[in-house]
Design a protein around this ligand. Sequence first.
Ligand SMILES: Cc1cc2nc3c(=O)[nH]c(=O)nc-3n(C[C@H](O)[C@H](O)[C@H](O)COP(=O)(O)OP(=O)(O)OC[C@H]3O[C@@H](n4cnc5c(N)ncnc54)[C@H](O)[C@@H]3O)c2cc1C
Length: 505
Amino acid sequence: MIKEEYDVIVIGAGIGGLACASLLAKAGMQVLVVEQSSRPGGYVGSFKKKGFTFDCAAHFVTGCHKNGVIGKLLRELKVEREIKFIKVKAPVRFIFPDFEFSFSLNDLEGAERIIKERFPQEAKNLDRYKETLDRIGQEIIKVGSSFSIWKMSFFPLLFPSLFKYRNYTVRKLMDEHFTDERLKTILSISPVTVPPSKASLLMAAVLKVESQEAGIYYPKGGMQSFTNVLVRGLKKYKGELLLNTLITKILIDKGKVQGVKLADGRRIKATYVISNASLQQTFYKLVGKKYLKKRFIKKIEGKELSLSCFILYLGIDMDLKSLDLNFRINVYPTYNTEKQYEILKGGEIPEEFAFVMTFFSLIDPITAPKGKHALIITTAAPYHYHKDWGTGDGGEVEYRRLKENIIKRMVEKAEKIIPDLSFHIIYQGAATPLTLERETLNTQGAIYGLAATPKQIGPGRFKNRTPIKGLYLVGHYTYVAHGIGAVTHSARAVANMIVKREERR
Ligand SMILES: Cc1cc2nc3c(=O)[nH]c(=O)nc-3n(C[C@H](O)[C@H](O)[C@H](O)COP(=O)(O)OP(=O)(O)OC[C@H]3O[C@@H](n4cnc5c(N)ncnc54)[C@H](O)[C@@H]3O)c2cc1C
């Protein structure tokens, strides 16, 4: 039974929302998290079908080591023993048109050796490039999450590389170091949806440092286990979670939040409201433009969303061990990732699209019945594909046709790596950008919130504080970036702001 009033209401039980709510509950505040879906976690969760466990969207967690952002959070909430993380050590395979290699995240030197053998004329450049990246990486570790005024004032002196490269794109650094276009593409690959000419170099460096220095982890039993442990952390400190409930309005009076309105008309009062929803949803639907200055609306409109994606979930009855597959295979049919991005931005999916295959059951056998495997294939996809996936024109039938067509193309491409795959599919499901939007209310199914361009990373991302008193933002549209580790940073930042404000009150 929910109360009529809380100190804090959090809109959405994504990782940002849950982490922030748990920290505030632990600080002694009365907290309610309201989630429209029947499952907490947003992009971080799993579903079960025919004995397989599939992760809906996100696959891996970073920052789970002792001093990592997740490791610290779970310890602080005293739930660290309630989850087991598997450190992923198995090699990842990359397939390019005329070059293929595998390397383990623990063995960067091995990867370097392979690349130098393939591009001997770039060997010295690679050393110089590595030195630059290492310098940036070291400064990222040094800067950490403790960002004091002192550090800010002396930033250029204390962190010269971060300062120098803050506006760099990945492409700019590549052009300064290499001549071979193929090598530039190979070294540019990172989990962002923009191509090297638009991708923030610092974001790429953070992702490299996080995954390669501290490792990537998979929560035993699937990604939902990670969300569930945060829910337990929230409840341990008497925080409440209300599922299946959509918030339709943020109530405002005299420029200050008063609470929220639920879809069934109920109103709940709160001193603070924290939105884990998209910028468009929070400000246009829940707040309303009449409460916002024109300059602020322009700021929202100036932000570029990340692309969305198409996800294929397959349960297969094959013995993968005999095929000697890596747990993750990245396939790039062309070195021209810029062209692929242009096609996607134009509302199409390239004929020869890049895709990633992940075999979760090779990391955690619990996720598939004995002798079977769970495979997920992902490719970038536009929201406005064929007039919003045919929903504008042909409705449900056209939507299903487009979906089936992409599934067929994906299976055909995957079959080149796993012969006879199509004869062994015993479960098949798919998610389009429309599915992602419907399930998580991320505008246009943006997978990473805002695109990771230099202007939209770190201080350039949306501020957690808003012009409406008592309203805060948490999650991947806000400072500092996208990804589970980054939204946990935003959660801590917002929790600290509110706790400090309460202390002053
Ligand atoms: C396919 C894919 C793969 C990814 N892989 C990885 C990965 O391997 N590792 C990684 O670190 N990151 C990955 N990411 C990115 C990462 O998942 C996200 O950046 C992060 O989880 C976003 O968290 P969030 O807190 O912003 O909330 P979200 O996950 O966006 O959740 C927001 C929540 O708010 C709820 N909500 C919104 N509006 C309302 C409302 N009005 N009323 C009630 N509830 C509402 C939604 O239902 C949702 O549950 C991936 C993302 C995708 C899509």
